[in-house]
Design a protein around this ligand. Structure first.
Ligand code: 13P
Length: 249
C-alpha cells in the first residue's frame, strides 16, 4: 500500500509573512488528514517561517531546488545539509522550469538527488515531456531517457527513498490537465522502467506523483488511476482552501 503524497510547489510566490499565514490556515484545514503525506515547498527565503508555522502540524516543508555540494564558493546556491538544518524534509529536483530556464540536465538531476538522499532529504524527482515531444510520439523515449540519466544510476538503497513526479510540461500552468488515462499510461510506463532497473519490490513501493494543472475538481479522477500516488500542485497550492481540498480528495 503506497501512502499518497500531496505536495505544493509554490514556485516564486509568497514572502515569509505570507508563508506563515498560509501554513497556519492550512494546518487547521488538514488536522484530520492522515491518509496522505502533506508537503509544502516555498521559496528558500520562506523556509524558516514556514517550518516554524508548520511545527505542530502534519505538514512538512520542502525546498524547490538544491546544489549538490555541501559548501564552498558557489554564490547563490544552497546545499542539502543547509536545507536539513533549516527544517526541510523534502526537496524538488529537476522541475521542468529548472530544466528549461536554468539549464538543469539529467546529470545535474542525478547529482542533486544523490546529495539530497545523502543528507536525509526525500527528493521529488520530476520528469515529463514537452508538447512537441508528445505530438511526435516521443513521450516514452523522453521519460526513459530522463529516468536513465536522472535516477537509474542511484543504488537500490538510495532509490528506495525517492519520490518521482510525472509532470507533462504542456500541462503545467496551462489549465490543460492530462486526462486520467494519459497520466495513468505514463505512470505505468515509469513504474515499468523502475521495475526493470530496481526490481519488483522497489517498483511496487515507489510513489509516483502527477503534476500539471491539478485542481480540487480534477484530483479525484486522477487519483483513481492505479499508478497515481499523489500530486505535485502548483497554482492551486497557493490558496489554503484549494490546497486542502486537493489534500482531502
Ligand atoms: P500547475 O499546478 O500550476 O500546473 O503547476 C504544476 C507544477 O509545475 C508543480 O510542480
Amino acid at each position: 500500500m503506497r501512502r499518497p503524497v500531496i505536495a505544493g510547489n509554490w514556485k516564486m510566490y509568497k514572502n515569509p509573512g505570507e508563508a506563515a499565514g498560509f501554513l497556519h490556515d492550512l494546518a487547521t484545514l488538514v488536522t484530520e488528514s492522515t491518509h496522505a503525506e502533506i508537503v509544502v515547498c516555498p521559496p528558500f527565503i520562506d523556509v524558516p517561517a514556514a517550518v516554524d508555522a508548520a511545527r505542530d502540524s502534519n505538514i512538512e516543508i520542502g525546498a524547490q531546488d538544491l546544489f549538490w555540494l555541501k559548501e564552498g564558493a558557489y554564490t547563490g546556491e544552497v546545499s542539502a545539509p543547509m536545507l536539513v538544518a533549516a527544517g526541510c524534509r523534502w526537496v524538488i529536483v529537476g522541475h521542468s522550469e529548472r530544466r528549461h530556464y536554468f539549464g538543469e540536465t539529467d546529470e545535474s538531476v542525478f547529482k542533486k538527488a544523490a546529495a539530497a538522499l545523502e543528507a536525509g532529504l526525500t527528493p521529488i524527482v520530476c520528469v515529463g515531456e514537452r508538447l512537441e515531444e508528445r505530438e511526435a510520439g516521443l513521450t516514452e523515449n523522453v521519460l526513459a531517457t530522463q529516468c536513465a540519466g536522472g535516477i537509474c544510476g542511484l543504488t537500490p538503497e538510495q532509490f528506495a527513498r525517492v519520490v518521482i513526479a510525472y509532470e507533462p510540461v504542456w500541462a503545467i500552468g496551462t489549465g490543460r490537465t492530462a486526462t486520467p488515462e494519459m497520466a495513468g499510461q505514463a505512470h505505468h510506463f515509469l513504474r515499468e522502467q523502475i521495475r526493470s532497473r530496481f526490481g519488483n519490490e522497489h517498483a511496487d513501493a515507489c510513489r509516483i506523483l502527477y503534476g500539471g494543472s491539478v485542481k480540487p475538481d480534477n484530483v479525484k479522477s486522477l487519483m483513481a488511476q492505479p499508478d497515481l500516488d499523489g500530486a505535485l500542485v502548483g497554482g492551486a497550492s497557493l490558496d489554503p482552501a484549494s490546497f486542502a481540498a486537493i489534500v482531502n480528495f
